[in-house]
Design a protein around this ligand. Structure first.
Ligand SMILES: C[S@@+](CC[C@H](N)C(=O)[O-])C[C@H]1O[C@@H](n2cnc3c(N)ncnc32)[C@H](O)[C@@H]1O
Length: 240
C-alpha cells in the first residue's frame, strides 16, 4: 500500500513508523511510506506555510495554497481516486472498523494540520474524510497520522506473523479480547486460571469467549448481538 503523508514534521512519522513491525512492513514493501515536507510547496522566499486567522484570535492557520499545490502535484492523475484524509480533532472517530475499511485501499493521502489547523477551504474542497484519533488535542497531526497508519498497515496481509492475531483481538469482532497469561503458572501467589493449563481446547475457547463478553460488558456496556459491526461486514469505499 502506498501511503503519502503531507506534514511539516516528516521526522515524527518516520520515527514512529521506523521500528519493529512497521519497519519490517516498509522493508518488505507492504508499506510504501512517502513523506512530503509541506514547506517544499510554499511559494514565497521565506517558505511560509501559515498565516494569521482572518477575524483575529490566537494562533496561526495553515495556508490553503501550499496544501493544494502539494496534494495535486504529488497525486497527479491519481488525485480523484485517492482518499485524502485530514487528521483533525473534529473528524469522525477513528475505529477498528475504519482501519479495516482503509486497509482495503490501494493508496491513502494524509494531510497533517499544525498550529490552529488548516484553512477551511482545504476541508471543503480537497479533503474527502476527516479523522480524529480521540477527543483530546495534539500539537499537530503527524503523530495522529502515524497512529492511523500503524492500525491500518498491521491489517495488511503478511504484516503480522500470525494472521489470527489481528482477527481475534480487541475490537476486531465488536468485543474486547480475553485475558492473556504466560509462564510462570504462579507469580507472587497469583495463579493462572486452571482451565488454561488443562489443555482442553473446547473449554479454553468457551472460557475465552465468556471472558470477552464479560469484559466488554463491564468496560464498554453490553456488547451488540451483531458482532459484525466491528471490522467485519462493512462496505468498503476507497474512492476519494
Ligand atoms: C492544535 S491542533 C488544532 C486544533 C483546532 N484548533 C481545534 O480546536 O479543533 C493542530 C493539529 O493537530 C492535529 N490534531 C490534534 N488533535 C488531533 C486529534 N485528536 N486527532 C487527529 N488530529 C489531531 C490536527 O491535524 C490539527 O490540525
Amino acid at each position: 500500500m502506498i501511503i503519502h503523508v503531507l506534514t511539516l514534521f516528516p521526522g515524527i512519522v518516520d520515527g514512529a513508523l521506523g521500528e519493529s513491525i512497521m519497519s519490517r512492513a516498509r522493508e518488505a514493501g507492504a508499506l510504501d511510506l512517502r513523506l512530503h515536507q509541506l514547506r517544499d510547496y510554499a511559494e514565497d522566499k521565506h517558505l511560509t506555510t501559515d498565516d494569521r486567522p482572518y477575524g483575529g484570535g490566537a494562533g496561526m492557520v495553515l495556508k490553503p495554497d501550499p496544501i493544494f499545490k502539494a496534494t495535486e502535484h504529488i497525486l497527479g492523475p491519481a488525485l480523484e481516486s485517492t482518499p485524502r484524509l485530514l487528521l483533525c480533532p473534529q473528524g469522525e472517530p477513528f475505529t477498528q472498523a475504519l482501519a479495516a475499511e482503509l486497509a482495503e485501499c490501494e493508496s491513502l493521502f494524509f494531510i497533517c494540520g499544525h498550529y490552529e489547523g488548516v484553512d477551511e477551504r482545504v476541508r471543503e474542497h480537497l479533503v474527502t474524510r476527516e479523522i480524529s484519533i480521540g477527543d483530546y488535542v495534539l500539537t499537530n497531526g503527524a503523530l495522529a497520522a502515524a497512529v492511523v497508519i500503524d492500525a491500518v498497515v498491521r491489517l495488511l496481509p503478511g504484516v503480522l506473523g500470525d494472521e489470527l492475531s489481528s482477527t481475534e483481538e480487541s475490537h476486531a469482532q465488536g468485543l474486547l479480547e480475553y485475558p492473556h497469561y504466560t509462564r510462570p503458572p504462579e507469580f507472587r501467589g497469583w495463579k493462572v486460571p486452571d482451565i488454561l493449563l488443562g489443555g482442553h481446547h473446547g473449554h479454553i475457547a468457551q472460557w475465552r469467549r465468556q471472558q470477552s463478553l464479560e469484559r466488554t460488558a463491564k468496560r464498554r456496556g453490553i456488547p451488540s448481538a451483531d458482532t459484525s459491526h466491528g471490522a467485519l461486514g462493512k462496505s468498503h469505499d476507497c474512492e476519494g
